[in-house]
Ligand binder design. Structure first.
Ligand SMILES: [Zn+2]
Length: 272
């Protein structure tokens, strides 16, 4: 028991340390010391030769295969980690490093012009197994536009994210969550699942990483499950993520991986 408690403490200390500094520059002494005590197969080597804290993968939950929003049903203590507005170098890559460290996947709702600006990073997000969504081309408030202009924003954003990532865009989030039933239906017709929000981390406010973690956990405790909204363009989000994931793991939450499966066409169903 004592040894287990000691090891747990070391793992938590390492995770907390990662939350205080950039994952680009891990403290090699601490990390090597930790990984030499716990199972070596659990540690990861970074590009610059350092090591990240060992991974337990206790946070990784089931893979949810969905064809429409109706399949997006979470069980108690299940969460989806969603990140909007990126990708952007120096932040999105830190978010990716943290997700990899905990062995979980996120859902990235990319702005088209951001994906166009940073195609290598956009592609890396997709290649690492994260769910890919679009968030329009220029982050417009679609509720303030005519239907036709809004649809142009949606299709242009979808095309840009598809081109940058090299994969189909299966999800969509409305900027400012400003939607309409007509636009939601039009998005669904394009084989994109609308990603709503259950827990708003409000990481877009200029608050401390600790305040974001507390707000998110408080909201999650009330709901018990949900889609968490974060933004990978903010430094404070990349900084607080290791702490948030440590909290989620310690409290027994599971991060669901999303997998999109195109709805079966009626003609195909008839032939079955
Ligand atoms: Zn946004």
């Amino acid at each position: 028991m004592h040894r287990f408690a000691l090891l747990s403490g070391l793992i938590l200390s390492a995770a907390a340390l990662a939350g205080c500094q950039s994952t680009k520059h891990p403290a090699p002494d601490t990390m090597i010391k930790t990984s030499s005590i716990v199972a070596p197969e659990g540690s990861q080597t970074t590009e610059n030769g350092g090591t990240l804290p060992p991974i337990s993968h206790r946070l990784a939950g089931r893979t949810l295969t969905i064809a429409s929003i109706h399949d997006l049903r979470l069980q108690d203590k299940e969460v989806i980690l969603s990140f909007d507005d990126g990708p952007i170098p120096g932040r999105t890559d830190r978010v990716l490093a943290t997700l990899n460290q905990f062995g979980v996947k996120g859902a990235f709702m990319m702005v088209g012009e951001m994906a166009e600006l940073h195609p290598e990073l956009a592609r890396r997000v997709a290649m690492e197994g994260n769910a890919i969504g679009s968030h329009t081309f220029r982050h417009e408030n679609l509720a303030a536009l005519t239907f036709d202009v809004a649809m142009k924003e949606i299709t242009r954003g979808e095309a840009a994210v598809t081109k940058a990532t090299g994969v189909d865009v299966n999800f969509f989030r409305f900027p400012y969550l400003a939607d309409s039933q007509k636009l939601r239906s039009a998005v669904a017709m394009r084989d994109m699942v609308v990603m709503d929000v259950d827990v708003d981390s409000k990481d877009y406010f200029n608050t401390s990483p600790a305040a974001i973690t507390k707000r998110t956990m408080d909201l999650l405790h009330k709901r018990g499950r949900g889609i968490i909204l974060m933004h990978d363009i903010h430094n404070r989000t990349a900084t607080m993520l290791p702490t948030l994931l440590s909290r989620l793991e310690a409290e027994g939450y599971k991060v669901v991986t999303l997998q999109f499966k195109k709805p079966t066409a009626p003609a195909e169903m008839a032939s079955l």
